[in-house]
Design a protein around this ligand. Structure first.
Ligand code: NAD
Length: 233
C-alpha cells in the first residue's frame, strides 16, 4: 500500500459484529429485536421513555460480556505506531475501540457510557441504570437520557471531522453499511478533496462505487492485514 500521511478512518457496527454485538443491517433494520423508530428517535423516547432508557441500560450492561476483537486491536496498533496524522471516527456507541487500546476515538453518535441531561444539556459519565432516574451530576435534575445521537439529531464534532476529510490523503470505511447520513457522505467528501478511499466491509456497502478500492471479508481478518500493510509502508 502506498505511503499515506493523513488518514481518516470511519467505523460502524460491522467492526463490533465479531465481538458479538448486533448490527442494524444484519438484523433486518432492527436493533436487538426493537424497531429503530422506537428506540433511536426523539419521538420514540417521548412516546415511551422507560422502553428507551431500559433498552440502552441493557446495551450498556451487555458490554460487560463482550470483548474487543482483532480489528479493534489492529486500529489501536495503528494509532500507536503510525507516524502521520490519524483520526478514528466511529458511529458505534460501544466502548470496544477504547478497550482494544485506542486512546483517541471520536464517537460521532455518542456513547453508551455517557448520559446527556435534558435540563442543562451537559454530558456526564454513566455507570448506573438510567431507569433508576439518577440525578445529573451538574444540575441535580433527574432528567438524564442516553448520550446517543438519535435519528434526526445532529452528530457530534462534525466540524472536526470535515476539517480532517478536507486534508486527508486516505479515507477508510470499516464495517458500515453506508446507509446512515451524514457519515455515509464522508467518502464523497474525501474523494472530492483528492483522497484515496478504501472500503473494508463484509459486502459492498451502499456507497461502494465511491471507493477507489474495496476489500470484502470479516473485519477481524481484513483490518489487521491492512494495518500491517500501512505500517510496513
Ligand atoms: P449497519 O448495521 O447499518 O451496517 C453494518 C455493516 O457491517 C454492514 O454493511 C455489514 O455487511 C457489515 N458487517 C457485518 N459484519 C461484519 C464483519 N464481521 N466484518 C466487516 N463488516 C461486517 O451499521 P452502521 O453502518 O454502523 O450504521 C448503523 C447505526 O447503528 C450507527 O449509527 C450506529 O450508531 C448504530 N449501531 C451501533 C452499534 C454499536 O455500537 N456496536 C450496534 C448497532 C447499531
Amino acid at each position: 500500500m502506498a505511503k499515506f500521511e493523513r488518514i481518516v478512518i470511519l467505523t460502524g457496527a460491522g467492526i463490533s459484529a465479531e465481538s458479538g454485538i448486533d448490527t442494524f443491517r444484519d438484523a433486518g433494520g432492527l436493533w436487538e429485536r426493537h424497531r429503530v423508530e422506537d428506540v433511536a428517535t426523539p419521538e420514540g423516547f417521548a412516546r415511551n421513555p422507560d422502553l428507551v432508557l431500559g433498552f440502552y441500560d441493557a446495551r450498556r450492561a451487555a458490554l460487560e460480556s463482550v470483548e474487543p476483537n482483532a480489528a479493534h486491536r489492529a486500529l489501536a496498533r495503528l494509532e500507536a505506531e503510525f507516524t502521520g496524522d490519524l483520526l478514528l471516527v466511529t458511529q458505534n456507541v460501544d466502548n470496544l475501540h477504547e478497550r482494544g487500546g485506542s486512546k483517541d476515538v471520536l464517537h460521532m453518535h455518542g456513547e453508551l457510557s455517557s448520559a446527556l441531561c435534558t435540563s442543562c444539556e451537559m454530558r456526564s459519565p454513566l455507570d448506573v441504570p438510567l431507569l433508576d432516574r439518577p440525578k445529573c451530576p451538574v444540575c441535580q435534575a433527574p432528567t438524564l437520557r442516553p448520550d446517543v445521537v438519535w435519528f434526526g439529531e445532529m452528530p457530534y464534532r462534525m466540524e472536526r471531522i470535515y476539517e480532517a476529510l478536507g486534508t486527508c490523503d486516505l479515507f477508510v470505511s470499516i464495517g458500515t453499511s453506508g446507509a446512515v447520513y451524514p457519515a455515509a457522505g464522508f467518502v464523497q467528501e474525501a474523494l472530492m478533496n483528492g483522497a484515496r478511499t478504501l472500503e473494508l466491509n463484509l459486502e459492498p456497502s451502499e456507497g461502494s462505487r465511491f471507493f477507489t478500492e474495496s476489500r470484502h471479508g470479516r473485519a477481524g481478518e481484513i483490518v489487521p492485514q491492512w494495518v500491517e500493510e500501512v505500517l510496513e509502508g
